[in-house]
Design a protein around this ligand. Structure first.
Ligand SMILES: Cc1cc2nc3c(=O)[nH]c(=O)nc-3n(C[C@H](O)[C@H](O)[C@H](O)COP(=O)(O)OP(=O)(O)OC[C@H]3O[C@@H](n4cnc5c(N)ncnc54)[C@H](O)[C@@H]3O)c2cc1C
Length: 488
């Protein structure tokens, strides 16, 4: 296994479970790839960027279970929004209305949208729901084109569709394949009443992968960090060994390359990337940036666990002090709201608070200095968290991930190779391979499971790892089955 991100880890754990001896080679000193954490020079441990999952990410949940990390992710059923004036709205499923109507009551009270905005949104959502998640006429369009065809108001686009989708897909609506945007709404907000619930790790990201090493070692395998692979040797249609950066050669019965798509051309023979070759499409896959801003205040400035900002550059604010607190607070599933508890937890022993801000598709921020970005974020926080105006900023860090995810541009799927590229014993994994999912942790795990299935099938030991989606419920179940019948 080459690469210790979520694709490589999930594939390795699945293969070890199937009885294979897996040797995982990771270039960096830690596991997790783009979803990891590390220690700053002053000793504080930070995620490279806050990562969230949703209940509809069934394969990631399965991987966390296999890695023994499921209890380190806490789910929230209430989503908080703040507008320019700091006014709050929340979105939450009702327990008495079946999908797709379960969000309707809180949507009706969503104060940042007018009745006309809501009517246009409801019309588009119903078109998605009634088609079982696949409305006619969206193929080949950008999400923005589709929304305009669906006659969405300007505010509906800016304060609803854009807010959800730029964070979920890390791209502007005009550069996003409509199918990807529609699927987010179908899977998270329409088909199943729990799909939208937000899962947030309570520990630094790298800790989620502690169990993976053990799973491999138990089967006689190993995890080797700081072991970058320089070259994969190929003879005909066979993987014939890997050469480490230090020059050592490694043999294996089979290999899964779970590295970013941009790393492959330097590692495999150039013929594999030529016109008509299995990896010819890779050059068309573009990436988009995410900026994470970490701010430590000297006092409590926020009581919600997280907040989505409308009409600001900053999209999400995570209350890291509260989210990592051991006690169950906020609206986390399994715990009642304990306002007093939140304030105590948020204050913590030092009475300070650590916030992490996320800006997806942050093209405009890439050329800006760290200080400019911190100043911008502070001025936006003053709108929605007034206590930050008086608070002292103790410390700040900006982490720009310029190639954070692949850009889900219209037509992207035709450039994404399958995990099985027709080689006898060389397979691919990575969020960028063909999974049908955007560049997410769920997509990475799906690719890992698919690669494990392909490798085991090539050994004559077929096995299934891929998990089904959450089942469609209520009216959506009927509409989804009608769509399936129409297909068969
Ligand atoms: C800032 C940011 C925020 C994000 N937020 C979210 C979120 O909230 N929710 C979500 O679902 N997704 C999020 N994502 C996306 C998610 O992190 C990725 O989709 C996922 O982690 C990709 O996993 P991967 O294994 O496919 O690739 P990677 O994580 O890139 O793993 C590839 C691994 O291969 C290693 N490698 C590379 N070259 C070599 C070599 N030559 N030899 C050995 N090893 C090598 C790398 O070091 C790396 O560990 C975010 C991504 C970023 C960057």
């Amino acid at each position: 296994m080459i690469g210790g991100g979520l694709a490589g880890l999930s594939c390795a754990v699945a293969l070890a479970e199937a009885g294979l001896r897996v040797r995982l080679l990771e270039k960096r000193p830690h596991l997790g790839g783009r979803a990891t954490s590390y220690t700053l020079p002053d000793g504080s441990e930070v995620d490279n960027c806050q990562h969230v999952t949703l209940r509809c990410c069934t394969n990631l949940a399965d991987f966390y279970r296999r890695a023994g990390a499921a209890d380190k992710v806490r789910f929230y059923s209430r989503l908080y929004f703040a507008d320019k004036q700091g006014r709050r709205s929340t979105i939450e499923a009702s327990s008495w209305l079946p999908p797709p109507l379960h969000m309707a009551p809180s949507f009706l009270f969503f104060s940042a949208l007018t009745l006309a905005d809501k009517r246009s949104i409801a019309r588009a959502l119903m078109a998605v729901a009634r088609s079982g998640g696949s409305p006619a006429g969206a193929e080949g369009l950008s999400m923005l084109d589709w929304l305009q065809r669906m006659k969405q108001t300007r505010a509906a686009i800016e304060r609803y569709w854009r807010v959800v989708l730029v964070s979920a897909l890390d791209e502007e609506l005009a550069r996003t394949d409509a199918r990807y945007g529609i699927e987010v709404f179908w899977k998270a907000f329409l088909a199943n009443s729990m799909g939208y619930q937000v899962g947030i790790p309570t520990v630094p990201l790298a800790e989620l992968y502690d169990g993976c090493r053990e799973a491999l070692v138990q089967r006689g395998g190993a995890v080797e960090l700081r072991s970058g692979v320089r070259e994969m040797r190929v003879a005909g249609k066979r993987f014939a060994g890997a050469v480490l950066e230090g020059g050592a050669e490694i043999q294996a019965d089979a290999c899964v390359a779970a590295v970013p798509h941009s790393a492959l051309p330097g590692m495999l023979p150039s013929e594999m990337f030529g016109d008509g070759a299995p990896l010819a499409g890779l050059k068309h896959i573009k990436t988009s940036p995410i900026t994470g801003v970490h701010l430590w205040f000297d006092r409590t400035v926020m009581t919600e666990p997280f907040l989505t900002l409308l009409d600001h550059t900053t999209q999400w604010v995570f209350n890291k002090t509260l989210l990592s607190a051991p006690r169950d607070g906020g609206n986390a599933k399994g715990g009642a709201t304990k306002k007093r508890g939140i304030e105590d937890e948020a204050g913590g022993k030092s009475n300070g608070q650590y916030l992490q801000l996320v800006i997806s598709a942050s093209y405009d921020l890439v050329p800006r200095s760290r200080q400019e970005i911190v100043d911008l974020c502070r001025s936006e926080l003053a709108d929605v968290l007034p206590a930050t105006r008086e608070a002292n900023l103790v410390k700040a860090t900006v982490i720009k991930e310029v190639n954070a995810t692949f850009s889900p541009q219209p037509g992207i799927d035709r450039w994404r190779p399958a995990q099985d590229i027709g080689m006898e014993n060389l397979f691919l994994a990575g969020d960028w391979t063909r999974t049908g999912w955007p560049s997410t942790m769920e997509g990475a795990v799906r690719s890992g499971y698919l690669a494990a299935e392909a490798l085991l099938a090539s050994f004559g030991q077929p096995r299934k790892f891929l998990q089904p989606d959450l089942p469609a419920e209520g009216l959506c179940a009927r509409w989804a089955s009608r769509r399936m019948e129409g297909r068969s």
